[in-house]
Design a protein around this ligand. Structure first.
Ligand code: GLN
Length: 481
């Protein structure tokens, strides 16, 4: 049996019944990584002994007759902007190339207690800034379905690791689509939870009012199982909320007949490419066949969403990245011996072009004289966008759209045109501006065999509704990723 094709539930079951050990499963994935990753380049680094020692712990529990935790033996890839104590955390940046994490992110502690095994750290756009993983300072990741295409980004390594069966599941982070868009490009399921659902402690900050951590996996039930483990109040993150964490996986399987799903007029008008549109129309029909009602809704401020997101995300990034000054973290270039040349040369050598662009633009929109015109204005428009969504959610339970307007693009296709890269985020960024949960799930393939993802957005803390609808679609559709 090919151990790398199993779900988290099956893996746990096999270990429980003594059909395979956690170590055997872990080794099967390490072999798969050895075979696939030289081409896919999803991982930045891994520590095989560290992963095996986690698997051995599970096997010892089994031998001692102890009850196995819910994610026992689950082999995972972790985006390299999340801290695992003792392992490097590079954020895809030269600046943190040799930075070793001194503590665990809360999500890592929770997954470790639930029995997960961390295979390695997954590639990303530098500091999670990008939509293709080409902004990594170390390597581009390739799409597991076509080596000439990007896996999406910024959690491209996480999505490609799952898509290429080098991990059963992964953690990514989503500031403006970075879990959902790569999930759609790699043919896997990815979820961004409600802002404040999952603790951000130990996530290297990009846009603090937008960032959320979430799971990627092959199916909705695995995503639901992981989400339950990582969710909940954390005293170490003041923005995490003490809202009850339901048994997301246990709540799946409810009928979705009568569910009202909003389809935006903006989707009909926007430049969605033909092969994506065809697949999405088939997806909409499937929801109708399942008894859902499709209702047209307006989100009139969508035209301003890209500009609003990029002003806010860059402003927050410029502020968050001020800490990489050669004194507190990471790289230091001594310069000419004085403080300002040390700062200048360190930041010049440590950051890549996209990060520098964002620091400059972010600093500009926050500077005196421009603050009111750009940053404050963007915050005001953010409120208008939130109101659009509140009004839409008065009428519908969920909103639906493609995850990305195009299928995966070719490596190098958009690197010289940052604006076209930004524009491809149109369907994902609003969920971050508003703080609501969203999921991307496979919706078939283009005639060229590239995956297409469909996105569902829900109300704040309505993860159970989003997951249940996604699960019903997955079960009914059999849209083979
Ligand atoms: N593509 C978006 C950006 O470049 C989103 C990134 C993210 O979600 N981390 O900002």
């Amino acid at each position: 049996m090919d151990l790398t094709k199993l779900t988290a539930r099956k893996i746990r079951g096999m270990i429980e019944r003594g059909e395979a050990s956690a170590v055997e499963i872990c080794r099967a994935f390490q072999d798969r990584i050895r075979e696939q990753d030289p081409e896919v380049q999803a991982f930045l680094h891994h520590d095989n002994d560290f992963a095996l020692s986690q698997a051995e712990r599970i096997d010892r529990m089994k031998q001692a007759g102890e009850p196995l935790p819910e994610l026992a033996g689950l082999p995972m890839a972790i985006k390299d902007n999340l801290l695992i104590r003792g392992l490097r955390c590079t954020c895809g940046s030269r600046n943190l190339e040799n930075f070793v994490a001194p503590y665990n992110a809360t999500v890592i502690d929770r997954l470790a207690s639930a029995g997960a095994v961390f295979l390695g750290k997954a590639n990303l756009d530098e500091y999670a800034m990008g939509s293709s993983t080409e902004n990594s300072a170390f390597q581009p990741t390739r799409n597991p379905h076509s080596r000439n295409h990007v896996p999406g980004g910024s959690s491209g390594g996480s999505a490609a690791a799952v898509g290429a069966h080098m991990a059963v599941a992964a953690l990514g982070t989503d500031t403006g689509g970075s879990i959902r868009q790569p999930a759609s490009f790699c043919g896997v399921v990815g979820m961004k939870p409600t802002y404040s659902r999952v603790s951000r402690y130990g996530l290297v900050a990009f846009g603090s009012s937008l960032d959320q951590i979430g799971p990627l996996a092959h199916d909705v039930e695995d995503v639901a199982g992981i989400l339950k483990v990582i969710s909940g109040k954390d005293p170490l993150d003041a923005t995490s909320l003490a809202v009850d964490v339901p048994d997301y996986a246990g709540g799946l399987g409810q009928p979705i007949e009568g569910l009202k799903i909003g389809i935006t007029r903006e989707y009909r008008q926007s430049g969605v490419s033909e092969p994506v549109r065809t697949r999405i129309e088939a997806g909409l029909k499937l929801f109708q066949d399942l008894g859902c009602r499709l209702i047209e809704v307006d989100l009139p401020h969508t035209d301003y969403a890209i500009a609003t997101y990029y002003v806010i995300a860059m402003a927050e990034a410029s502020s968050n990245l001020a800490r990489y000054d050669g004194v507190r973290y990471g790289l230091r270039i001594p310069g000419q011996g004085d403080l300002s040349s040390m700062y200048r040369e360190t930041r010049d050598a440590g950051f890549g072009a996209e990060v520098k662009r964002r620091i400059m633009l972010g600093t500009f929109v926050l500077s005196s004289g421009y603050y009111d015109a750009y940053y404050l204005k963007a915050q005001q428009v953010r409120t208008l966008i939130k109101r659009d969504f509140e009004a839409a959610f008065q009428r519908v339970d969920l909103l639906i759209s493609p995850t990305s307007p195009t299928p995966p693009f070719r490596l190098g296709e958009k690197t010289s045109d940052p604006l076209s890269m930004y524009l491809s985020d149109i369907f994902t960024i609003t969920a971050n501006l508003v703080g609501i949960p969203g999921i991307s799930l496979p919706c078939g393939r283009t005639p060229d065999g590239m995956p297409v993802g469909i996105q569902l957005l829900g109300k704040h803390f309505d993860e159970p509704v989003v997951l249940n609808a996604a699960h019903a679609f997955e079960q009914a559709g059999g849209f083979d990723p």
